[in-house]
Design a protein around this ligand. Structure first.
Ligand code: SAM
Length: 293
């Protein structure tokens, strides 16, 4: 039997009551759009497959709406909130849950490896959040690049960003973000979420995406950093060929002949564009160019 209090936030009336009680003023600079739809909240928790075994990190709890759902479903929750005006509100809305810790900090400044070590003995954690959209990419890439042990990341993001994360070669949304995310994880768009599910309404569409971390990267590059530089260089100038992208990239000093030779060795046409290459081809190209530099 679960003796925990069922989540009561998640509808417009309760949210308005909390905001009024504390005379809370929304901070645009913190990307504050609070969820007011219980169906969406249920969908996020289901997609994240949160169980009583799990330690969950929530980024940006706001007034604690999703935190209540997480606390109800998980073993333990840690919620990191930058806005100190929300801390007394969270103390109130989360008082019935003894398995939640709130940290008043900037998520980008926190040592999340240490947190996973302390709270989950270094075992992979689940991350669930309605993200502040202005820092979606630094948050997600920071988790991957700093090798925080993560099992899955289930997050609300801007609809276009979700599409870019899931895109495959040859599509308009395919780019450096698609390749970076797909190197570390398997993306799956769970649901599209319209602006009326939030307060205040954002002026963009949203989507819930689940990123399930790979145990092993799907490709092997001798120099991961160089591979990602090549990826960035090839999408820097979208309308240009890959060869021109590499030639014009500030950090590179390859000659045109060296680039052409490398493309040939990878069985790629001299005028190939970055958007048609799959991750394995970027890995092969970076292995060859590594020998050149
Ligand atoms: N989880 C709540 C919900 O769904 O109703 C709020 C989500 S709101 C889109 C984003 C939250 O992230 C806000 O509470 C905001 O203050 C917080 N936030 C913004 N930047 C942050 C940062 N750098 N570190 C931690 N929290 C941040």
């Amino acid at each position: 039997m679960n003796e925990k209090q069922k989540p009561y936030l998640g509808n417009p009336q309760e949210t308005i009551a909390v905001l009024k009680k504390y005379q809370f003023i929304f901070q645009k600079k913190f990307g504050q759009n609070f969820l007011i739809d219980t169906h969406v909240l249920d969908k996020i928790i289901a997609a994240a497959e949160v169980t009583k075994e799990d330690f969950v990190l929530e980024i940006g709890p706001g007034i604690g709406t999703m935190t209540q759902y997480l606390a109800y479903a998980a073993r333990e929750v840690c919620a990191v909130e930058i806005d100190s005006a929300l801390i007394p509100i969270l103390e109130d809305t989360l008082q019935a849950y003894d398995n939640v810790t709130v940290i008043n900090e900037d998520i980008l400044k926190l040592d999340l490896r240490k947190l996973a070590e302390e709270k989950n003995q270094g075992k992979p954690i689940k991350i669930v959040a309605n993200l502040p959209y202005y820092i979606t990419t630094p948050i997600i890439m920071g988790l991957f690049e700093k090798h925080v042990p993560v099992e899955s990341i289930t997050v609300m993001v801007q609809k276009e960003v979700a599409a870019r994360m899931q895109a495959g070669p040859g599509t308009k949304d395919y780019g450096a973000l698609s390749l970076a995310v797909q190197y570390y994880a398997e993306p799956y768009i769970v649901a599209n979420v319209p602006p009326n599910c939030f307060m205040p309404r954002p002026n963009v569409g949203s989507a819930v995406i689940r990123l399930t971390t790979h145990r092993q990267p799907p490709v092997k590059a001798a120099d991961e950093k160089l591979m990602f530089q090549i990826i960035r260089a090839s999408f820097n100038q979208r309308r240009k060929t890959l060869a021109n992208g590499l030639k014009n990239y500030e950090g590179f000093h390859y000659s045109r002949e060296e680039i052409e030779e490398a493309l040939k060795a990878c069985h790629l046409a001299p005028n190939v564009r970055g958007e048609s290459l799959v991750l394995a081809e970027f890995a092969a190209l970076s292995d060859i160019l590594k020998g050149v530099s």
